[in-house]
Design a protein around this ligand. Sequence first.
Ligand code: 25A
Ligand code: L14
Length: 349
Amino acid sequence: MSKLTVAVCGATGAVGREMLSTLHQRAFPATEVLAFASARSAGNKVEFGDQELTVRELKEDSFEGVDIAIFSAGGSTSLKFAPYAAKAGCVVVDNSAAWRMDDRCPLVVPEVNPEDLAWHKGIIANPNCSTIQMLVALKPIYDAVGIKRIVVSTYQAVSGTGQKGIAELEKQVRDLFNARDPECKAYPYQIAFNILPHIDVFLDNDYTKEEMKMVNETRKMFHDPLIRVTATCARVPVFYGHAESVNVETEKKLTARDCRVLLSQAPGVRVYDNPRELMYPMPLMAAGKDETFVGRIRDDESVENGLNMWIVADNIRKGAALNAVQIAEELVKRDLVRVKEEDRNLFLA
Ligand code: 25A
Ligand code: L14
């Protein structure tokens, strides 16, 4: 393809900025990159390598001549604008939860299920950050020995909430050290020096929406509607990097030793696991990195075929911006940057 125009929608947000820097760092083969956000940010500048892009207001007619639009502007913005992109023949890679469980939209992690890109109809969903890093690590195990059940607890950074989450932790720490009462705006309770077992909204079954995303998105990407998954998601006072304690029950036996070997050859995974040398992954080491780090790999001695592990990745990179850019790269590589004529009106209600 000679001409390739890419738009980042939500370019002023914490994830949008990372998308622009990821496109630049990986030398994405775009001939033009455009930055869109809400009217509030129109006219502002955002960095793209050593250039500055002027932010434009996102509108229904913004997608003429755009080949790929990467969205990170929240669910309601995606619901409203992505159908107009598809109508204009522009392929959407959407980072919000809006389209993930829609049967018309592939949900993709390139290391897990790149084959699903082939049936896209104009909108491709980027999974939840916690699901992405878990499945990058579990997919090789799933393929090798089968997985019956996953029990996961997450320790999620405030940057998942965007710039307002980062600002809230920063300000609360400063206020507390200056004997001022901390203000709670982004979260219902103080996050500084605390842990909140609550991410996204509560549902009728008393799980949070974040917890159920981990269940449903895993089933969709593994093409395994029966795999048993149960999750508890917590917010911790960390700026960048989600950590997860993961227990898996496998169909066939896989020892911790063999698991280490298997994962050390897996794409996107870095095994960082040597208890004797105090080597285990942590958010501070994963922040700013592309890989999903896995450590604390142990046999679960309470069941016949079980493993425990600790999985850490940068939630803004692999959990959001990097995964979306990798999807765009795969679209180019597989010559899938087009919306078929008969699909173009599919998403307009
Ligand atoms: O995740 P969010 O915060 O909900 O927003 C994600 C993106 O979605 C866009 C939005 O653009 C943002 O880019 N978006 C939302 N609705 C949209 C729509 N209808 C839409 N895009 C298109 N159409 P925006 O123009 O609305 O946002 C501009 C500024 O408003 C802040 N903001 C957005 N929602 C907010 C909010 N602030 C408080 N509460 C909300 N609900 C938004 O915050 C942006 O500044 P921010 O996260 O982008 O950044 C806040 C400050 O921090 C700087 N900054 C951000 N990331 C970095 C950074 N500085 C350095 N490095 C970074 N990585 C920003 O420059 C700003 O100073
Ligand atoms: O569904 O607040 O992609 O940390 C991921 C980050 C939902 C919110 C998603 C957070 C979001 C979540």
